[in-house]
Design a protein around this ligand. Structure first.
Ligand SMILES: Nc1ncnc2c1ncn2[C@@H]1O[C@H](COP(=O)(O)OP(=O)(O)OP(=O)(O)O)[C@@H](O)[C@H]1O
Length: 682
C-alpha cells in the first residue's frame, strides 16, 4: 500500500516549497548566463558570463531548463554511513545532470540522475548494508512545473508516524493514461530491468523476453545510461529496430532522457543504404530460410579462409633484385616475400584489405633491410620501384575493389552452400542475402565505420548472418545489446534460432524475462496458451477481457466498425484491427466507407501516433501496443497452425493491453477457439 498526502498536508506544502527552490535555482542559473541587458551571451561581451559559458554552465542549465516542467520524480531519505551517519535527502531525476540547491533551512540538497547508484533504492526500497540505511521513499508527480501528488512508497518501520493528512491507496504502477507512443519508465523501473540497464559497458547482453516484458524499454534506457556514463558520442551508437513506424513509436524516450542526437535505424532501410541495394524484408523462397542458420555463417567463414589461401596461391612469392652501392663496391641483393609468408600474413589479418596492408608493410620493411647502407637518392628510387613492383604483383590476383566485385563471390559461396534460388528479384535482394553480402564485404574490406555500442531490438527476425555482420561492426571493446523474443519471429520457417547458443557465440550474458507489464492477466493467459513452446509469462496487471471467436458473414465491415466504436469509446488509447498477412482490399474499402467522421483511422501509417484506430498486419504491429486488439483471420488458414500462423497469433494477441477479440472472415478461427476454451475453463 502507498500513502498519498492530501494537498493541504504539511508534507505536500513542504514539497511545494522545495519545488519552488529547485525552479528558482534553475532560473538563476540560466539568468546568470544572460548579459547585463538580459541578452543571451555572444562572445566576450560580458567576461563573467563568458567564463561561465566556458565552464559549460550554459549547456548545464539549458538542459535543466528542458526538465523544468518536471525536474524530479522521487525523493529518498537515508542515513549515509559513508558520511558520518548523517541523514541525507536526495531527489531523483530523469535528467542526466545533477543539481544542488539550498532549501529553506539553507541546507544543500542534491537532485541526482535516475541511474546514479543511490537512486537504485528508489526501486528496491532496500537499504545497502553498511553504506546507506534507507528510511523513506516518496513519489512526487510534477507536471507543468506544478506539484500534483506526493505519495510515500516506503517508510522504515521505526520512523515515527507523521500524523499528517492523507490516505492509503492501491499501487497502480503499470497503468497509462493513453497509448500512442512508448514513454520512458524511469519512475517505475523494476529491479531486474534496472540491473540490466546499468550493466557495465563491456558486458554484452542477449535478452530473451516475452511480449511486454520491457525489452525495448531496457534497450533504450541502456543506450541512455551508456551514452552518459561512458561519454559515448551519438555516432558511436548503432540502434537497429524492426520498422520505421516502430521507431517513431519509441522515438520520444531518448530525448526525454537527455539522449538527443541518437538516430534509430530501421533494419531494412539501414541494410539497403549500407549495401547500396534495394532490399525486401520478407522471405520469398523457402530456401532462403537456410540463411538464418548459424551453419551458413560457419560455411561463409570456412569458405573465406579457403578463399584467402587461394589468393595467396595466386599471388605466389614476390622477389626483386637490387644493386646496392656499398663502400666495398656494388652488391646484388634480393628482397623476397615467400609463399608461406604471404599465406600467413593474409590468414592473420582482420580482413583481406588489412592483409594486403600487412603484406605491403612487410614488403616495405624487407626492401628497406636489403637497401641498408645505400645512398639516399638510390634508396628513394629503389623504394619507388619496389612499390610499383608490389602493385603489379598484387594486380595479378584481381582482388575485389568494391562491393560490386563482392557480389559474384557471394553468389559462388551461396551456390556452394547449396542454395539455388535467385538472391535478387528484379534487382531487389532478400534481406538475408543482403546481410550475407555485407558480411562477406566486411571480411574483404574492413568496415568503414565501427561502433562502440550496437543495440538490436526485435532481433528475432535477424538471420544468423546478420548477427555475424554486427559483430564485425563493433570496435575492439565494443558492446552488444540484443533484445527480442524468438517466439515472435514472423518468418515461416519452423525453428527459431537458439538464443542461448547465440549468446555463447556473441560472448554475451543470456537473460530470460518472464514478466509482462503490458497486458492484463486474462490477455496474458490467452497469449500463454497460444505460445508455440508453452512458455508462461507472469502478468503484472490484473483483470482484462477476452472474447470467444466469431465467424463474420455478409456484414463483416459493419460488425467490425461497431466493435471498433465500442472499444474506442471505452479506452483512451488506440485500437487495432490486426490481420495475419493481408488486409483484403474490399473489406478495407468497406471499412473506410463506414468510417464515422470523428474516428481517426489509418492503414499501416508511417507514424502510428495520432490515430485512434490502426488497421494492420501482424508484421506492422510488431513491437507496438494497443488498448484493444481485434484480430481478423482473413482466410481459413490465417492464424492457424500452419506457416508460422501460431507465432503470428501469439504476437497479435500480445499487442493488447486490455481486451482481445477474434473474427474469421467467413469461417470460425479454430485454433483461437481451442485456446479460448482452454483459458476460459481454467
Ligand atoms: N517498469 C515498468 N513500468 C511501467 N511500464 C513498464 C515497465 N516495463 C515495461 N513497461 C511497459 O510495458 C509495455 C511493454 O514494454 P516494451 O514495449 O518495452 O516490451 P517488449 O518486451 O519490447 O514487448 P514486445 O516484445 O511485445 O515488443 C510498455 O507499455 C512499457 O512502457
Amino acid at each position: 500500500m502507498e500513502y498519498r498526502f492530501e494537498k493541504s498536508s504539511r508534507t505536500f506544502l513542504a514539497e511545494q516549497t522545495t519545488l519552488s527552490h529547485v525552479l528558482r535555482t534553475i532560473d538563476e542559473g540560466l539568468n546568470r548566463l544572460l548579459t547585463r541587458d538580459r541578452q543571451p551571451v555572444s562572445g566576450a561581451n560580458d567576461i563573467a558570463v563568458y567564463e561561465a559559458v566556458a565552464r559549460g554552465e550554459q549547456k548545464w542549465f539549458e538542459e535543466w531548463d528542458r526538465h523544468r516542467s518536471s525536474p524530479y520524480y522521487g525523493r529518498l531519505e537515508y542515513i549515509d554511513h559513508d558520511e558520518n551517519d548523517v541523514m541525507e535527502v536526495v531527489y531523483v531525476s530523469k535528467s542526466q545532470r545533477s543539481l544542488s540547491f539550498r532549501d529553506g533551512k539553507d541546507r544543500v540538497i542534491n537532485v541526482i540522475p535516475w541511474n546514479a547508484p543511490v537512486a537504485k533504492m528508489y526501486i528496491t526500497h532496500r537499504s545497502v548494508p553498511n553504506i546507506w540505511d534507507l528510511k523513506r521513499v516518496t513519489r512526487l508527480v510534477i507536471q507543468a512545473a506544478t506539484l500534483d501528488e506526493v505519495t510515500d512508497l516506503y517508510r522504515d518501520a521505526n520512523l515515527p508516524d507523521l500524523g499528517d493528512l492523507g490516505e492509503f491507496i492501491e499501487s497502480k504502477m503499470f497503468e497509462k493514461s493513453s497509448g500512442g507512443k512508448l514513454a520512458d519508465i524511469v519512475a517505475t523501473l523494476q529491479e531486474e530491468q534496472y540491473d540490466l540497464i546499468v550493466q557495465p559497458m563491456r558486458q554484452s547482453l542477449v535478452i530473451n523476453g516475452g511480449p511486454g516484458s520491457g525489452k525495448t524499454e531496457i534497450a533504450l534506457h541502456r543506450v541512455v545510461h551508456l551514452l552518459h556514463s561512458q561519454s559515448l558520442t551519438a555516432k558511436q551508437i548503432l540502434y537497429l529496430g524492426p520498422s520505421a513506424p516502430f521507431l517513431r513509436y519509441v522515438s520520444d524516450i531518448l530525448p526525454s532522457l537527455d539522449a538527443t542526437d541518437i538516430v534509430l535505424h530501421d533494419l531494412g532501410a539501414w541494410v539497403s543504404a549500407y549495401a547500396g541495394l534495394p532490399v525486401r524484408p520478407q522471405i520469398l523462397y523457402q530456401e532462403e530460410s537456410k540463411l538464418y542458420d548459424l551453419g551458413f555463417v560457419e560455411f561463409v567463414d570456412r569458405w573465406f579462409k579457403e578463399y584467402l589461401e587461394e589468393v595467396a596461391l595466386k599471388l605466389g612469392p614476390l622477389e626483386m633484385e637490387f644493386n646496392v652501392d656499398r663502400m666495398s663496391g656494388k652488391q646484388t641483393r634480393v628482397a623476397s616475400l615467400l609463399c608461406e609468408d604471404v599465406a600467413r600474413l593474409l590468414a592473420s589479418a582482420k580482413s583481406l584489405s588489412h592483409g594486403v596492408q600487412l603484406l605491403r608493410e612487410r614488403w616495405t620493411s624487407v626492401v628497406e633491410t636489403v637497401l641498408v647502407g645505400s645512398e639516399s637518392h638510390e634508396f628513394q628510387t629503389a623504394m619507388s620501384q619496389a612499390r610499383q613492383r608490389f602493385a603489379a604483383w598484387l594486380a595479378t590476383s584481381h582482388l575485389p575493389r568494391d562491393i560490386n566485385d563482392v557480389a559474384p563471390l557471394y553468389s559462388t559461396v551461396r551456390k556452394q552452400f547449396g542454395l539455388s534460388s535467385p538472391f535478387s528479384l528484379q534487382g531487389t535482394w532478400g534481406i538475408g542475402d543482403a546481410l550475407g553480402l555485407l558480411y562477406l564485404s566486411t571480411k574483404i574490406f574492413s568496415p568503414k565505420q565501427r561502433y562502440a555500442l550496437i543495440v538490436l531490438d526485435e532481433a528475432q527476425d535477424l538471420p544468423a548472418i546478420g548477427f555475424a555482420l554486427v559483430r564485425q561492426l563493433l570496435t575492439a571493446n565494443g558492446s552488444l545489446t540484443v533484445v527480442g523474443d524468438p517466439y515472435q519471429h514472423l518468418t515461416d520457417f519452423s525453428q527459431p534460432l537458439s538464443w542461448e547458443t547465440l549468446a555463447q557465440q556473441l560472448q554475451a550474458r543470456y537473460i530470460v524475462l518472464k514478466d509482462n507489464y503490458r497486458s492484463r492477466a486474462k490477455v496474458v493467459q490467452l497469449a500463454n496458451a497460444a505460445h508455440p513452446a508453452g512458455i508462461e509469462q507472469r502478468p503484472r496487471r490484473p483483470g482484462g477481457i477476452i472474447h470467444p471467436p466469431y465467424s463474420l458473414g455478409h456484414h463483416a465491415a459493419e460488425k467490425l466498425i461497431h466493435e471498433v466504436e465500442r472499444l474506442v469509446s471505452r479506452y483512451s488509447g488506440q485500437v487495432a484491427l490486426i490481420f495475419a498477412n493481408k488486409i483484403p482490399h474490399q473489406l478495407r474499402e468497406e471499412l473506410f466507407a463506414l468510417q464515422p467522421e470523428q474516428l481517426k483511422m489509418a492503414v499501416e501509417p508511417a507514424d502510428p501516433e495520432g490515430y485512434q484506430v490502426i488497421i494492420s498486419t501482424v508484421k506492422y504491429a510488431k513491437g507496438l501496443e494497443f488498448d484493444a486488439a481485434i484480430l481478423v483471420a482473413e482466410s481459413a488458414t490465417a492464424f492457424e497452425l500452419v506457416l508460422g500462423g501460431a507465432y503470428q497469433l501469439y504476437t497479435a494477441i500480445s499487442r493488447a493491453r486490455e481486451e482481445v477479440m477474434m473474427f474469421g472472415l467467413g469461417h470460425m478461427p479454430r485454433h483461437y477457439q481451442t485456446l479460448y476454451e482452454s483459458v476460459s475453463h481454467d
